[in-house]
Design a protein around this ligand. Structure first.
Ligand code: CP
Length: 301
């Protein structure tokens, strides 16, 4: 595996993370402020699951950095003829792609790709990891609180199917922050401290709401959207009980009126769209790192 791959938050030290966030902070969301100095930077995006934010913020970042971009159409690729993930990725490497961004429904799919030499950037693996989402979440928290230590982070909803929950737990605990979880008991995850939403809410610096991942088989006993919102979601009444300085986060897509009241998506405490913008900054930093340029001064401005 290429050492500049980004597969899991487990692979990054706190120093690595801070370095990536520093680099990300030096970029702008819609401005070609840094160009890869190498003439050959051909990137393939290989998405086996639906995506808007991750896919197209990777494309935005790639184009702004001067990469040449191929969006592989997985539905018309030879995957439909039974070709394995390994053979698909090895083929892309063999025909000249220099880095490959992959989203795949299988947890830790990248373990099959150890013999691939070009950098792999994990854009989400099943319920495993979503490292670039976690980095953009960390950047959003850092912008707000100027630290990633001693924060109280409350993650609510479909915990068992969420790669965002697992990636943030790993990273935030490394920084010395506290991460607690709430949601239906059907979606608890072994080793994750579950708390009562209403009791934990007033102490939380960050309230991160999660979508119900029906595509991963999440199902509850019969419950209407309104009942779910009232029992487990962020309602206007709960919003009023948040700390004055607390923020709302959500990896999105948001199911308005289910895990969060629709009016709160753009409320003053919400950073949901700021998170999306930060996704471009973080992905620029991660692509730059994939091509071996860790130091901002090494590129061309
Ligand atoms: N947050 C996130 O991963 O969104 P997409 O599924 O739209 O990429």
């Amino acid at each position: 595996m290429n050492k500049n791959s980004l597969l899991s938050m487990h692979d990054l030290s706190t120093d690595n993370i801070l370095h990536i966030l520093d680099d990300a902070s030096s970029f702008h969301v819609s401005h070609s402020d840094w160009q890869l100095p190498c003439s050959k930077a051909l990137v393939a995006n290989l998405f086996f699951e639906a995506s808007t934010r991750t896919h197209y913020s990777f494309v935005s970042a790639e184009l702004q950095l001067g990469c040449k971009v191929a969006d592989i159409q997985t539905g018309t690729s030879s995957v439909t003829k039974g070709e394995s993930l390994y053979d698909t990725v090895k083929t892309l490497e063999s025909i000249g792609y220099d880095a490959i961004v992959i989203r795949h429904p299988q947890d830790a799919y990248y373990k099959e790709l150890e013999n691939i030499n070009v950098p792999i950037l994990n854009a989400g693996d099943g319920a495993g990891d979503h490292p670039t989402q976690c980095l953009l979440d960390l950047l959003t928290m850092q912008q707000e609180f100027h630290t990633l230590s001693n924060l109280n982070v409350l993650i609510c909803g479909d915990i068992s199917h969420s790669r965002v929950a697992s990636s943030n737990k790993v990273a935030l605990e490394e920084f010395g922050s506290t991460v607690k979880f709430s949601g239906p008991k059907e979606w608890q995850r072994p080793g994750y401290e579950m708390v009562d939403f209403d009791e934990a809410l007033p102490q939380a610096d960050v309230v991160m709401m999660l979508r119900i991942q029906k595509e991963r088989g999440a199902a509850l006993r019969q419950m209407s959207d309104e009942e779910y919102l009232q029992q487990y979601g962020l309602t206007k009444q709960r919003y009023e009980r948040m700390k004055k300085t607390a923020i709302i986060m959500h990896p999105a897509p948001v199911n308005r009126g289910i895990e969060i009241d629709s009016d709160l998506v753009e409320a003053p405490k919400s950073r949901i769209f700021a998170q999306m913008a930060n996704g471009v900054l973080v992905r620029k930093a991660v692509i730059k790192r994939a091509f071996g340029y860790e130091d901002f001064a090494e590129g061309t401005k």
